[in-house]
Design a protein around this ligand. Structure first.
Ligand SMILES: O=P(O)(O)OC[C@H]1O[C@H](O[C@H]2O[C@H](CO)[C@@H](O)[C@H](O)[C@H]2O)[C@H](O)[C@@H](O)[C@@H]1O
Length: 284
């Protein structure tokens, strides 16, 4: 299969420049919904096997690979099998955490997180959150999931006003996602996380793939970087749950399996890695 042609001129230029100079390309990916198929229980999420194996093969052929996720960095490393792949950086919790093949660097969460942790169970009970609503405690943030409620969208709409009030009262923001509302610290987003990586590695091109609303900030960053001479391609890992990314992206592929396919096509378009270069993990 041939590498697909982005539907925008800027995206096509971005992909051309990436394949012409892969050694200074940054490939960045969201985790859930992009590298990992969406599943009912967040703790069951694992990267698509094809995506992981293609990342391992691609990593030695490009400048750098990054995963930019709302998950804790360590969770993405473990669920993604990323510790076995060299040249990968993981920015977790929307860029508050960083893993580079070693320990995770993470700041202390602001005090509002602990206050929200204490108040959340009582609040969900008071507003009548239906059975199946669950809380994922990520240390730096708390996520309220409704995927397993009988009416997931209605449940989300029911709890949203109270969660917004709670977040605001404790200096947090609400990050909406796929049948989830996260209460997290302000001041960081995936775009603010991505841009310093591009500068740090002197990337001349960047590809960013995502599936959810939080990835729009990274799409914004790619478009901003184009204005600064960094070529860019945005990729939507499409689903029936989110329309906004497909409308914006240069390339649209069918979920994590489609991302794996795109990575295979990209690899085929790049020169071979130096011998022995593929798949080696960073030292932990
Ligand atoms: O930035 P991401 O890597 O996309 O992470 C965003 C959130 O994804 C996870 O929730 C989503 O995936 C779950 C597992 O497939 C699914 O059950 C849930 O409905 C989705 O919203 C994760 O649990 C969150 O912590 C992430 O922030």
């Amino acid at each position: 299969m041939a590498l697909p042609r982005p539907r925008t001129r800027a995206g096509a230029d971005g992909l051309d420049r990436l394949t012409a100079a892969p050694g200074t390309a940054l490939l960045a990916f969201d985790f859930d919904g992009t590298l990992a198929p969406i599943v009912a229980d967040p703790s069951d999420a694992r990267a698509h096997p094809g995506a992981v194996s293609e990342l391992a093969r691609l990593s030695p052929r490009v400048g750098r690979v990054a995963v930019v996720t709302g998950r804790p960095a360590r969770t993405a490393v473990d669920y993604g099998g990323l510790a076995g792949i060299g040249g990968v950086t993981v920015l977790g919790q929307y860029g508050r955490e960083r893993w580079d093949g070693g320990a995770v660097t993470t700041p202390a969460p602001p005090p509002g997180v602990e206050r929200v942790r204490r108040e959340l169970p009582g609040l969900l009970e008071r507003v009548g959150a239906p059975e199946g609503t669950s809380v994922e405690d990520k240390g730096q943030a708390l996520a309220v999931h409704t995927r397993n409620a009988a009416g997931p969208q209605a449940a989300l709409a029911l709890v949203r006003p109270s969660l917004e009030e709670l977040a605001q009262r404790h200096g947090l923001v609400v990050e909406p996602g796929r049948l989830v509302l996260e209460l997290r610290p302000p001041g960081m987003d995936k775009g603010a996380a991505l841009q310093p990586l591009v500068r740090e590695w002197g990337a001349t091109s960047v590809l960013y793939a995502g599936d959810d609303l939080a990835d729009l900030a990274a799409f914004d960053a790619v478009e901003h970087l184009r204005g600064q001479g960094v070529a860019g391609v945005t990729v939507c890992s499409a689903s029936e749950e989110v329309a906004a990314l497909a409308e914006r992206a240069d390339l649209v592929v069918g979920g994590p399996a489609g991302v794996a396919g795109l990575l295979a096509e990209l690899r085929a378009a790049l020169p071979e890695a130096p011998s022995g270069g593929e798949g080696g993990g960073d030292q932990e």
